[in-house]
Ligand binder design. Structure first.
Ligand code: SF4
Ligand code: SF4
Length: 463
Protein backbone atom coordinates (compact mmCIF):
# COMPACT_ATOMS: atom_id res chain seq x y z
CA UNK A 1 0.00 0.00 0.00
CA UNK A 2 1.09 3.60 -0.57
CA UNK A 3 -0.15 7.15 -0.07
CA UNK A 4 -2.14 8.66 -2.91
CA UNK A 5 -0.30 11.25 -4.98
CA UNK A 6 -3.53 13.26 -4.98
CA UNK A 7 -3.74 13.97 -1.24
CA UNK A 8 -3.84 17.74 -0.81
CA UNK A 9 -3.11 18.82 2.79
CA UNK A 10 -4.34 22.16 4.07
CA UNK A 11 -5.01 24.29 7.12
CA UNK A 12 -8.61 23.46 8.02
CA UNK A 13 -8.91 26.34 10.51
CA UNK A 14 -9.22 26.26 14.31
CA UNK A 15 -5.84 24.54 14.64
CA UNK A 16 -7.03 21.58 12.59
CA UNK A 17 -5.52 20.05 9.48
CA UNK A 18 -7.40 18.82 6.46
CA UNK A 19 -6.85 16.50 3.53
CA UNK A 20 -8.71 16.54 0.23
CA UNK A 21 -8.15 13.75 -2.25
CA UNK A 22 -8.67 15.25 -5.68
CA UNK A 23 -9.03 11.81 -7.26
CA UNK A 24 -11.83 10.40 -5.07
CA UNK A 25 -13.31 13.67 -3.78
CA UNK A 26 -12.91 12.59 -0.14
CA UNK A 27 -12.38 15.44 2.31
CA UNK A 28 -11.42 14.97 5.95
CA UNK A 29 -10.33 16.72 9.08
CA UNK A 30 -7.14 15.19 10.49
CA UNK A 31 -5.18 15.33 13.68
CA UNK A 32 -1.53 16.39 13.20
CA UNK A 33 -0.54 12.78 13.99
CA UNK A 34 -2.80 11.44 11.26
CA UNK A 35 -1.44 13.94 8.76
CA UNK A 36 2.13 12.98 9.61
CA UNK A 37 1.22 9.31 9.31
CA UNK A 38 -0.38 9.78 5.89
CA UNK A 39 2.44 11.90 4.55
CA UNK A 40 5.10 9.47 5.64
CA UNK A 41 3.27 6.22 5.03
CA UNK A 42 5.62 3.70 3.51
CA UNK A 43 3.50 0.58 3.52
CA UNK A 44 5.19 -0.85 6.59
CA UNK A 45 3.44 -2.25 9.68
CA UNK A 46 1.89 0.50 11.78
CA UNK A 47 -0.22 1.01 14.87
CA UNK A 48 -2.57 3.23 12.89
CA UNK A 49 -5.70 1.62 11.57
CA UNK A 50 -5.36 2.22 7.85
CA UNK A 51 -8.81 1.05 6.71
CA UNK A 52 -10.47 4.48 6.95
CA UNK A 53 -7.67 5.99 4.90
CA UNK A 54 -7.96 3.24 2.32
CA UNK A 55 -11.69 3.74 2.08
CA UNK A 56 -11.26 7.40 1.16
CA UNK A 57 -8.46 6.75 -1.29
CA UNK A 58 -5.81 8.49 0.83
CA UNK A 59 -3.94 5.19 0.89
CA UNK A 60 -4.12 2.98 -2.18
CA UNK A 61 -2.89 -0.36 -3.44
CA UNK A 62 0.65 -0.39 -4.81
CA UNK A 63 -0.50 -1.47 -8.25
CA UNK A 64 -2.90 1.46 -8.77
CA UNK A 65 -1.52 4.24 -10.94
CA UNK A 66 -3.90 7.17 -10.46
CA UNK A 67 -2.06 9.46 -12.86
CA UNK A 68 -2.28 6.83 -15.61
CA UNK A 69 -6.07 6.63 -15.03
CA UNK A 70 -6.45 10.41 -15.23
CA UNK A 71 -4.41 10.45 -18.44
CA UNK A 72 -6.36 7.57 -19.88
CA UNK A 73 -9.69 9.27 -19.20
CA UNK A 74 -8.56 12.56 -20.71
CA UNK A 75 -7.43 10.78 -23.88
CA UNK A 76 -10.44 8.48 -24.03
CA UNK A 77 -13.04 11.21 -23.53
CA UNK A 78 -11.47 13.54 -26.06
CA UNK A 79 -12.39 10.84 -28.60
CA UNK A 80 -15.53 9.32 -27.10
CA UNK A 81 -17.52 11.96 -25.27
CA UNK A 82 -20.80 13.55 -26.25
CA UNK A 83 -20.55 15.93 -29.21
CA UNK A 84 -21.13 19.61 -28.53
CA UNK A 85 -21.90 22.13 -31.29
CA UNK A 86 -21.57 25.72 -30.11
CA UNK A 87 -23.44 27.66 -32.80
CA UNK A 88 -23.16 31.43 -33.13
CA UNK A 89 -26.37 32.51 -34.85
CA UNK A 90 -24.94 36.04 -35.19
CA UNK A 91 -22.07 38.19 -34.00
CA UNK A 92 -24.40 41.20 -33.68
CA UNK A 93 -25.39 42.16 -30.16
CA UNK A 94 -27.88 44.60 -28.67
CA UNK A 95 -25.56 45.35 -25.73
CA UNK A 96 -22.07 46.85 -25.70
CA UNK A 97 -20.24 45.34 -22.71
CA UNK A 98 -16.75 46.83 -22.65
CA UNK A 99 -15.15 43.48 -21.77
CA UNK A 100 -16.66 41.48 -24.65
CA UNK A 101 -13.99 39.19 -26.10
CA UNK A 102 -15.74 39.30 -29.47
CA UNK A 103 -15.26 43.06 -29.80
CA UNK A 104 -13.81 43.72 -33.23
CA UNK A 105 -15.05 40.43 -34.73
CA UNK A 106 -16.75 40.92 -38.13
CA UNK A 107 -20.52 41.39 -37.81
CA UNK A 108 -22.26 38.46 -39.51
CA UNK A 109 -25.79 37.07 -39.34
CA UNK A 110 -26.24 33.37 -40.18
CA UNK A 111 -28.29 32.96 -43.36
CA UNK A 112 -30.75 30.10 -43.81
CA UNK A 113 -28.46 28.62 -46.50
CA UNK A 114 -25.64 28.44 -43.96
CA UNK A 115 -28.09 27.10 -41.35
CA UNK A 116 -28.87 24.24 -43.76
CA UNK A 117 -25.14 23.55 -44.22
CA UNK A 118 -24.74 23.55 -40.43
CA UNK A 119 -27.53 20.97 -40.10
CA UNK A 120 -25.96 18.73 -42.74
CA UNK A 121 -22.61 18.98 -40.97
CA UNK A 122 -24.19 17.94 -37.66
CA UNK A 123 -26.34 15.17 -39.12
CA UNK A 124 -23.41 13.65 -41.03
CA UNK A 125 -21.44 13.41 -37.80
CA UNK A 126 -24.12 12.06 -35.50
CA UNK A 127 -24.85 8.37 -35.12
CA UNK A 128 -28.31 6.84 -34.58
CA UNK A 129 -29.29 6.91 -30.91
CA UNK A 130 -26.64 9.46 -29.99
CA UNK A 131 -27.27 12.35 -27.61
CA UNK A 132 -25.62 15.57 -28.70
CA UNK A 133 -25.65 19.08 -27.34
CA UNK A 134 -26.28 22.34 -29.19
CA UNK A 135 -25.33 25.59 -27.47
CA UNK A 136 -26.77 28.79 -28.95
CA UNK A 137 -24.18 31.51 -28.78
CA UNK A 138 -23.49 34.94 -30.21
CA UNK A 139 -23.29 37.96 -30.23
CA UNK A 140 -26.80 37.74 -28.89
CA UNK A 141 -28.28 34.53 -30.30
CA UNK A 142 -31.87 35.79 -29.99
CA UNK A 143 -31.15 38.45 -32.63
CA UNK A 144 -31.34 35.65 -35.19
CA UNK A 145 -34.30 33.54 -34.13
CA UNK A 146 -34.91 32.43 -37.72
CA UNK A 147 -31.65 30.45 -37.63
CA UNK A 148 -32.67 28.81 -34.34
CA UNK A 149 -36.14 28.03 -35.74
CA UNK A 150 -34.59 26.48 -38.83
CA UNK A 151 -31.90 24.40 -37.15
CA UNK A 152 -34.09 23.06 -34.31
CA UNK A 153 -36.78 22.10 -36.79
CA UNK A 154 -34.30 20.41 -39.15
CA UNK A 155 -32.53 18.50 -36.36
CA UNK A 156 -35.78 17.18 -34.89
CA UNK A 157 -37.15 13.99 -36.39
CA UNK A 158 -33.69 12.51 -36.84
CA UNK A 159 -32.69 9.30 -35.09
CA UNK A 160 -30.63 11.12 -32.45
CA UNK A 161 -31.47 13.40 -29.52
CA UNK A 162 -30.38 16.96 -28.88
CA UNK A 163 -30.01 18.91 -25.64
CA UNK A 164 -30.26 22.67 -26.25
CA UNK A 165 -28.76 25.42 -24.10
CA UNK A 166 -28.09 29.11 -24.72
CA UNK A 167 -25.77 31.90 -23.58
CA UNK A 168 -27.78 35.12 -23.81
CA UNK A 169 -27.69 38.62 -22.39
CA UNK A 170 -31.31 38.01 -21.37
CA UNK A 171 -32.66 41.26 -22.82
CA UNK A 172 -34.94 39.76 -25.47
CA UNK A 173 -36.88 37.10 -23.55
CA UNK A 174 -40.50 38.25 -23.84
CA UNK A 175 -43.31 35.90 -22.78
CA UNK A 176 -43.72 34.86 -26.45
CA UNK A 177 -40.01 34.15 -26.91
CA UNK A 178 -39.89 32.12 -23.68
CA UNK A 179 -42.95 30.14 -24.83
CA UNK A 180 -41.23 29.38 -28.16
CA UNK A 181 -37.94 28.58 -26.38
CA UNK A 182 -39.71 26.03 -24.20
CA UNK A 183 -42.10 24.45 -26.66
CA UNK A 184 -40.45 24.79 -30.07
CA UNK A 185 -36.73 25.04 -29.36
CA UNK A 186 -36.78 22.64 -26.37
CA UNK A 187 -34.37 24.94 -24.60
CA UNK A 188 -33.23 23.41 -21.30
CA UNK A 189 -30.93 26.03 -19.85
CA UNK A 190 -29.89 29.64 -20.39
CA UNK A 191 -26.77 31.33 -19.06
CA UNK A 192 -27.28 35.03 -18.34
CA UNK A 193 -24.53 37.37 -17.12
CA UNK A 194 -25.13 40.05 -14.49
CA UNK A 195 -22.51 42.71 -13.81
CA UNK A 196 -23.90 44.31 -10.67
CA UNK A 197 -26.89 46.19 -9.37
CA UNK A 198 -29.14 48.32 -11.54
CA UNK A 199 -26.94 51.38 -12.01
CA UNK A 200 -23.72 49.54 -12.91
CA UNK A 201 -25.52 46.92 -14.99
CA UNK A 202 -27.38 49.49 -17.08
CA UNK A 203 -24.21 51.51 -17.56
CA UNK A 204 -22.27 48.45 -18.78
CA UNK A 205 -24.96 47.01 -21.06
CA UNK A 206 -25.67 50.26 -22.89
CA UNK A 207 -28.63 48.61 -24.63
CA UNK A 208 -30.32 51.11 -26.93
CA UNK A 209 -34.14 51.00 -26.92
CA UNK A 210 -34.36 49.14 -23.60
CA UNK A 211 -35.34 51.51 -20.86
CA UNK A 212 -34.05 49.57 -17.88
CA UNK A 213 -31.92 46.55 -18.92
CA UNK A 214 -31.50 45.36 -15.32
CA UNK A 215 -35.27 45.13 -14.75
CA UNK A 216 -35.69 43.51 -18.14
CA UNK A 217 -33.10 40.82 -17.39
CA UNK A 218 -34.63 40.08 -13.99
CA UNK A 219 -38.02 39.67 -15.68
CA UNK A 220 -36.39 37.27 -18.17
CA UNK A 221 -34.90 35.18 -15.35
CA UNK A 222 -38.31 34.86 -13.75
CA UNK A 223 -40.09 34.07 -17.04
CA UNK A 224 -37.54 31.38 -17.91
CA UNK A 225 -37.62 29.86 -14.47
CA UNK A 226 -41.43 29.76 -14.40
CA UNK A 227 -41.42 28.11 -17.81
CA UNK A 228 -39.19 25.33 -16.42
CA UNK A 229 -36.04 26.46 -18.21
CA UNK A 230 -33.03 26.41 -15.89
CA UNK A 231 -31.07 29.64 -15.58
CA UNK A 232 -27.35 29.90 -14.79
CA UNK A 233 -26.80 33.41 -13.48
CA UNK A 234 -23.14 34.21 -14.00
CA UNK A 235 -22.26 37.20 -11.84
CA UNK A 236 -19.21 39.13 -12.91
CA UNK A 237 -16.83 40.13 -10.16
CA UNK A 238 -14.73 43.20 -10.85
CA UNK A 239 -13.46 44.34 -7.46
CA UNK A 240 -17.07 45.11 -6.44
CA UNK A 241 -17.65 42.68 -3.58
CA UNK A 242 -19.82 45.00 -1.48
CA UNK A 243 -22.15 45.70 -4.37
CA UNK A 244 -22.39 41.98 -5.15
CA UNK A 245 -23.27 41.22 -1.53
CA UNK A 246 -26.24 43.57 -1.97
CA UNK A 247 -27.05 41.93 -5.28
CA UNK A 248 -27.26 38.54 -3.55
CA UNK A 249 -29.79 39.97 -1.09
CA UNK A 250 -31.75 41.37 -4.02
CA UNK A 251 -31.82 37.96 -5.71
CA UNK A 252 -32.78 36.23 -2.47
CA UNK A 253 -35.73 38.60 -2.08
CA UNK A 254 -36.74 38.42 -5.76
CA UNK A 255 -36.30 34.76 -6.62
CA UNK A 256 -36.66 32.84 -3.37
CA UNK A 257 -39.58 30.92 -4.87
CA UNK A 258 -37.60 29.81 -7.98
CA UNK A 259 -35.92 26.43 -7.70
CA UNK A 260 -34.06 26.17 -11.02
CA UNK A 261 -31.79 29.21 -10.86
CA UNK A 262 -28.06 28.60 -10.30
CA UNK A 263 -25.77 31.46 -9.31
CA UNK A 264 -22.03 31.67 -9.62
CA UNK A 265 -19.40 34.38 -9.51
CA UNK A 266 -16.74 34.88 -12.05
CA UNK A 267 -13.94 37.46 -12.29
CA UNK A 268 -13.49 39.28 -15.58
CA UNK A 269 -11.03 37.73 -18.00
CA UNK A 270 -7.36 38.38 -17.52
CA UNK A 271 -4.19 36.97 -19.04
CA UNK A 272 -3.09 35.06 -15.96
CA UNK A 273 -2.34 31.44 -15.25
CA UNK A 274 -4.70 31.53 -12.29
CA UNK A 275 -6.89 33.94 -10.36
CA UNK A 276 -5.12 35.85 -7.56
CA UNK A 277 -5.70 34.68 -4.01
CA UNK A 278 -7.25 37.94 -2.78
CA UNK A 279 -9.88 37.64 -5.52
CA UNK A 280 -10.53 34.01 -4.58
CA UNK A 281 -10.98 35.19 -0.97
CA UNK A 282 -13.61 37.71 -2.11
CA UNK A 283 -15.34 35.05 -4.19
CA UNK A 284 -15.36 32.70 -1.18
CA UNK A 285 -17.03 35.41 0.89
CA UNK A 286 -19.61 35.97 -1.84
CA UNK A 287 -20.24 32.24 -2.06
CA UNK A 288 -20.78 32.16 1.69
CA UNK A 289 -23.43 34.84 1.22
CA UNK A 290 -25.11 32.80 -1.53
CA UNK A 291 -25.34 29.83 0.82
CA UNK A 292 -26.44 31.96 3.79
CA UNK A 293 -29.25 33.37 1.69
CA UNK A 294 -30.41 29.92 0.66
CA UNK A 295 -29.49 30.38 -3.00
CA UNK A 296 -26.97 27.57 -3.28
CA UNK A 297 -24.80 25.05 -1.45
CA UNK A 298 -21.01 24.94 -1.32
CA UNK A 299 -20.97 21.56 -2.97
CA UNK A 300 -22.98 22.93 -5.88
CA UNK A 301 -20.89 26.10 -6.14
CA UNK A 302 -17.44 24.58 -6.07
CA UNK A 303 -18.01 21.37 -7.97
CA UNK A 304 -14.59 19.94 -7.14
CA UNK A 305 -15.37 16.75 -8.98
CA UNK A 306 -13.26 14.35 -10.93
CA UNK A 307 -13.10 15.56 -14.54
CA UNK A 308 -13.11 13.00 -17.28
CA UNK A 309 -11.37 15.35 -19.65
CA UNK A 310 -10.92 18.92 -20.73
CA UNK A 311 -13.70 21.12 -22.09
CA UNK A 312 -15.72 20.34 -25.22
CA UNK A 313 -13.35 22.36 -27.40
CA UNK A 314 -10.67 19.68 -27.08
CA UNK A 315 -12.98 16.89 -28.26
CA UNK A 316 -12.60 15.54 -31.77
CA UNK A 317 -16.36 15.65 -32.45
CA UNK A 318 -17.18 19.09 -31.01
CA UNK A 319 -17.02 22.47 -32.73
CA UNK A 320 -17.68 26.17 -32.46
CA UNK A 321 -19.55 27.21 -35.61
CA UNK A 322 -19.46 30.88 -36.63
CA UNK A 323 -22.43 32.56 -38.37
CA UNK A 324 -20.68 32.27 -41.75
CA UNK A 325 -20.19 28.52 -41.26
CA UNK A 326 -16.51 28.72 -40.39
CA UNK A 327 -15.33 26.30 -37.73
CA UNK A 328 -13.26 27.05 -34.65
CA UNK A 329 -12.13 24.93 -31.74
CA UNK A 330 -13.22 27.48 -29.16
CA UNK A 331 -15.48 30.53 -29.13
CA UNK A 332 -12.91 32.62 -27.26
CA UNK A 333 -10.58 33.05 -30.23
CA UNK A 334 -12.65 33.94 -33.26
CA UNK A 335 -10.05 35.51 -35.46
CA UNK A 336 -8.98 34.40 -38.92
CA UNK A 337 -5.82 32.76 -37.63
CA UNK A 338 -7.81 30.24 -35.59
CA UNK A 339 -10.19 28.95 -38.28
CA UNK A 340 -10.00 25.15 -38.57
CA UNK A 341 -12.32 24.64 -41.55
CA UNK A 342 -15.94 25.25 -42.45
CA UNK A 343 -19.16 23.26 -42.33
CA UNK A 344 -18.73 22.53 -46.06
CA UNK A 345 -14.99 21.86 -45.99
CA UNK A 346 -13.41 20.19 -42.98
CA UNK A 347 -10.61 17.70 -42.36
CA UNK A 348 -10.05 15.99 -39.03
CA UNK A 349 -6.34 16.36 -39.78
CA UNK A 350 -6.41 20.16 -39.79
CA UNK A 351 -3.13 21.13 -38.14
CA UNK A 352 -4.62 23.79 -35.83
CA UNK A 353 -7.29 21.34 -34.77
CA UNK A 354 -4.77 18.62 -33.97
CA UNK A 355 -2.58 21.05 -32.06
CA UNK A 356 -5.55 22.22 -29.99
CA UNK A 357 -6.70 18.68 -29.24
CA UNK A 358 -3.28 17.34 -28.32
CA UNK A 359 -3.94 15.61 -24.97
CA UNK A 360 -0.33 15.84 -23.74
CA UNK A 361 0.11 17.85 -20.56
CA UNK A 362 2.60 20.55 -19.67
CA UNK A 363 5.08 19.60 -16.95
CA UNK A 364 3.29 21.84 -14.45
CA UNK A 365 -0.04 20.10 -15.04
CA UNK A 366 1.41 16.60 -15.14
CA UNK A 367 2.79 17.06 -11.61
CA UNK A 368 -0.14 19.08 -10.26
CA UNK A 369 -2.05 17.68 -7.28
CA UNK A 370 -5.24 19.20 -8.75
CA UNK A 371 -5.00 17.40 -12.07
CA UNK A 372 -8.00 15.07 -11.42
CA UNK A 373 -10.36 18.03 -10.86
CA UNK A 374 -8.80 20.20 -13.56
CA UNK A 375 -7.35 18.03 -16.35
CA UNK A 376 -5.01 20.73 -17.53
CA UNK A 377 -7.49 23.58 -17.59
CA UNK A 378 -8.30 25.87 -20.47
CA UNK A 379 -6.52 24.80 -23.63
CA UNK A 380 -6.95 28.18 -25.34
CA UNK A 381 -5.23 29.83 -22.39
CA UNK A 382 -2.45 27.26 -22.43
CA UNK A 383 -1.83 27.96 -26.12
CA UNK A 384 -2.09 31.70 -25.39
CA UNK A 385 -4.72 32.25 -28.05
CA UNK A 386 -7.38 33.65 -25.69
CA UNK A 387 -7.49 36.08 -22.79
CA UNK A 388 -8.25 33.42 -20.24
CA UNK A 389 -6.80 31.81 -17.17
CA UNK A 390 -5.67 28.22 -17.47
CA UNK A 391 -6.07 26.87 -13.93
CA UNK A 392 -9.43 26.21 -12.31
CA UNK A 393 -10.99 29.25 -10.69
CA UNK A 394 -10.36 28.54 -7.00
CA UNK A 395 -6.86 27.10 -7.24
CA UNK A 396 -5.05 29.85 -5.36
CA UNK A 397 -7.36 29.74 -2.36
CA UNK A 398 -8.80 26.27 -2.51
CA UNK A 399 -8.43 25.75 1.24
CA UNK A 400 -10.88 28.60 1.81
CA UNK A 401 -13.45 26.69 -0.19
CA UNK A 402 -12.59 23.38 1.46
CA UNK A 403 -13.03 24.93 4.91
CA UNK A 404 -16.48 26.15 3.91
CA UNK A 405 -17.38 22.68 2.64
CA UNK A 406 -16.23 21.07 5.89
CA UNK A 407 -18.25 23.55 7.90
CA UNK A 408 -21.35 22.93 5.82
CA UNK A 409 -21.09 19.20 6.24
CA UNK A 410 -20.33 19.47 9.92
CA UNK A 411 -23.43 21.53 10.37
CA UNK A 412 -25.56 19.21 8.33
CA UNK A 413 -24.03 16.19 10.11
CA UNK A 414 -24.19 14.45 6.81
CA UNK A 415 -21.91 11.50 6.33
CA UNK A 416 -21.84 10.22 2.80
CA UNK A 417 -19.58 8.05 0.74
CA UNK A 418 -17.20 9.75 -1.62
CA UNK A 419 -17.58 8.77 -5.19
CA UNK A 420 -14.58 6.63 -5.73
CA UNK A 421 -13.53 6.58 -9.34
CA UNK A 422 -15.14 3.87 -11.41
CA UNK A 423 -11.88 2.23 -12.30
CA UNK A 424 -10.99 2.00 -8.64
CA UNK A 425 -14.46 0.76 -7.75
CA UNK A 426 -13.98 -2.07 -10.17
CA UNK A 427 -10.56 -2.80 -8.74
CA UNK A 428 -9.42 -3.82 -5.36
CA UNK A 429 -9.96 -0.59 -3.45
CA UNK A 430 -12.75 -1.63 -1.08
CA UNK A 431 -13.01 -1.32 2.65
CA UNK A 432 -15.20 -0.98 5.71
CA UNK A 433 -16.75 1.91 7.57
CA UNK A 434 -14.73 5.05 8.10
CA UNK A 435 -13.80 6.16 11.61
CA UNK A 436 -12.08 9.46 11.31
CA UNK A 437 -13.26 10.76 8.02
CA UNK A 438 -15.92 13.26 7.08
CA UNK A 439 -16.51 12.60 3.42
CA UNK A 440 -18.06 15.76 2.18
CA UNK A 441 -19.99 15.00 -0.88
CA UNK A 442 -21.59 12.34 -2.90
CA UNK A 443 -19.51 13.47 -5.80
CA UNK A 444 -20.38 12.48 -9.31
CA UNK A 445 -17.90 12.49 -12.11
CA UNK A 446 -18.36 15.54 -14.25
CA UNK A 447 -19.07 15.48 -17.95
CA UNK A 448 -17.16 18.54 -19.01
CA UNK A 449 -19.52 19.60 -21.75
CA UNK A 450 -19.21 23.25 -21.15
CA UNK A 451 -16.59 25.85 -21.41
CA UNK A 452 -14.19 25.86 -18.52
CA UNK A 453 -14.84 29.49 -18.11
CA UNK A 454 -18.47 29.68 -19.05
CA UNK A 455 -20.05 27.11 -16.84
CA UNK A 456 -19.39 24.04 -14.80
CA UNK A 457 -15.72 24.02 -14.19
CA UNK A 458 -15.57 27.38 -12.53
CA UNK A 459 -19.11 27.37 -11.36
CA UNK A 460 -22.03 25.25 -10.38
CA UNK A 461 -23.03 21.83 -11.50
CA UNK A 462 -25.82 22.59 -13.87
CA UNK A 463 -26.69 19.19 -15.24
S1 SF4 B 1 -4.15 24.03 -15.26
FE1 SF4 B 1 -3.28 24.67 -13.30
S2 SF4 B 1 -4.57 23.69 -11.70
FE2 SF4 B 1 -4.99 22.71 -13.66
S3 SF4 B 1 -3.68 20.89 -13.68
FE3 SF4 B 1 -2.57 22.56 -14.75
S4 SF4 B 1 -1.32 23.55 -13.18
FE4 SF4 B 1 -2.89 22.31 -12.11
S1 SF4 C 1 -12.36 26.24 -21.50
FE1 SF4 C 1 -10.92 27.44 -22.72
S2 SF4 C 1 -10.55 26.16 -24.54
FE2 SF4 C 1 -12.42 25.42 -23.57
S3 SF4 C 1 -14.10 26.49 -24.62
FE3 SF4 C 1 -13.62 27.65 -22.74
S4 SF4 C 1 -12.14 29.19 -23.43
FE4 SF4 C 1 -12.20 27.60 -25.02
Amino acid sequence: MKSSRYNYYFDAGGGRRGVFNTFTGALSVLTPEEEAFLKNYSGRETDFEIEPFVKMGYIIQDDIDEKAIVDFDRNYYSLNNRAVFRILTTTYCNASCYYCYEAGAPLVHMTLETAEDVCRFIIERTKPGELIKVEWFGGEPLLNQEAIDYITSRLSGNDFSVVYTMASNGLLFTPDVVCKAKNTWNLERVQITIDGLEERFNEIKKAPGIENPFRRVCESIRLLSEAGIAVSVRIHYNDNKDELLRLIEYFAASFSDCRNIFYYFHPLYKNEMSVARDIVADLAELNEALVRNGLSSFDEIYGFTYKLGRCFATRHNSFTIAPDGRLYNCSHNLDDGNVVGSVTDFSIYNAKRLKFQNPALSEACADCVFLPICQGGCRAAELKIATMRQCFLFKEGIELALRQMIKEVTIMITIKEPNTHQAIKNGSLQSNESKVIIPVSDLTTCHPDDCWDCDNCGGPKTH
